[in-house]
Design a protein around this ligand. Structure first.
Ligand code: UDP
Ligand code: MG
Length: 315
């Protein structure tokens, strides 16, 4: 039997993209219905992440004038990860499986068929993985590569070149809801669920229109969440560094003592200045990393609500 599929699409200031994106998504969904991969109850759920432009008006208009379009409006901008979580949480009760994707349709929607075939074969999670990054700017490509390498080095289990383009079954969505953390990094959480999964490769296109809504600051904060919320390796590295420096200082001390006893002159101004700066720098860095963790503990302990829903236009 065809599954009830929800396409969950977070949107932040996407007025330029929405008309075309919705047209293509509706056509795709109808195609899936014809092939009996999706049932008639399937929907496209646009999540407005507190946009400042006409995004919500457009979504509300689409909800009125077209079939299959639903809208969820958050009370303010909470960021891509929360917007996605809000959409997936709302879809959980209504669907058999949900596919998350970006509004700019950079991720090739033609692979929905493959996603759904894997789902029919009993997979609970299907990851969309990019074949290449040719359409990205050089900077984005380089920084993404560095990011994935660093995550792996820190022992965080993420799929290389997989962003948030994936299918999750209702069971997987229920599992996801058990993770209560505030500092959200879905790419790190989903592999922890562990249900049967599959990978689908696709080509990434150019953005339909408009500019990226992920400026450097948002990318850095996502990277920090990815590393610091999933790994205590940075703290371990700091303590190992501490041990190493302590060990070296004992040797240096012995050396200084012996050379003093032997009557050799202390000619160490440069050495002293260099070591003060070096140690000072390392100490500040370490304090910074520890501070980051404490900051994260602080926000987790508060357990503030992640988002508020202002309006839900169902169909
Ligand atoms: N997005 C969001 N809230 C934000 C920033 C982005 O919901 O605060 C959405 C955005 O509308 C898009 C998706 O997240 O659907 C990915 O953003 P974008 O395509 O700009 O990122 P990029 O592809 O450049 O990494
Ligand atoms: Mg994009």
């Amino acid at each position: 039997m065809a599954a009830v599929v929800y396409l969950v699409v977070p949107c932040y200031n996407e007025e330029e993209v929405l008309p075309e994106a919705s047209k293509r998504l509706i056509a795709k969904l109808e195609g899936l219905m014809e092939k009996e991969l999706a049932s008639k109850e399937s929907r496209i759920l646009f999540v407005d992440d507190g946009s400042k432009d006409k995004t919500w008006e457009l979504i509300a208009g689409l909800h009125e004038s077209t079939p299959y379009v639903c809208g969820l409006k958050l009370s303010r901008n909470r960021g891509h990860q929360y917007a996605l979580l809000a959409g997936l949480t709302a879809a959980r009760e209504l669907c058999d499986c949900a596919i998350s994707l970006d509004a700019d349709l950079q991720d090739d929607i033609e692979v929905f068929d493959e996603f759904l075939k894997h789902y029919q074969d009993g997979c609970d999670i299907v990851y969309g993985v990019r074949k290449s990054r040719e359409t990205d700017t050089r900077f984005k490509r380089g920084s993404a590569q560095l990011f994935y390498k660093f995550l792996n080095l820190m022992g965080v289990e993420v799929l290389y070149n997989h962003a948030d383009y994936r299918l999750m079954s209702r069971r997987a969505l229920e599992a996801l809801s058990e993770y209560k953390e505030v500092n959200l990094f879905l790419r790190g959480i989903v592999p922890l669920i562990g249900y049967k999964s599959a990978v689908v490769y696709y080509e990434r296109h150019e953005r339909l229109a408009g500019k990226s809504k992920y400026p450097l600051s948002k990318m850095l904060s996502l990277a920090a969440d990815g590393i610091l919320s999933f790994s205590i390796k940075p703290i371990r590295i700091i303590s190992s560094l501490g041990f190493l420096i302590a060990f070296c200082s004992i040797i240096a001390l012995l050396y200084a003592l012996i050379s003093k006893l032997c009557g050799a002159a202390v000619s160490g101004w440069t050495a002293i200045v260099v070591s003060i700066w070096l140690l000072g720098g390392i100490q500040l860095l370490c304090l910074g990393v520890i501070g980051e963790y404490i900051g994260r503990i602080y926000s987790e302990v508060k357990q503030r609500p992640k988002y508020f829903i202002e309006q839900f236009l169902k169909k």
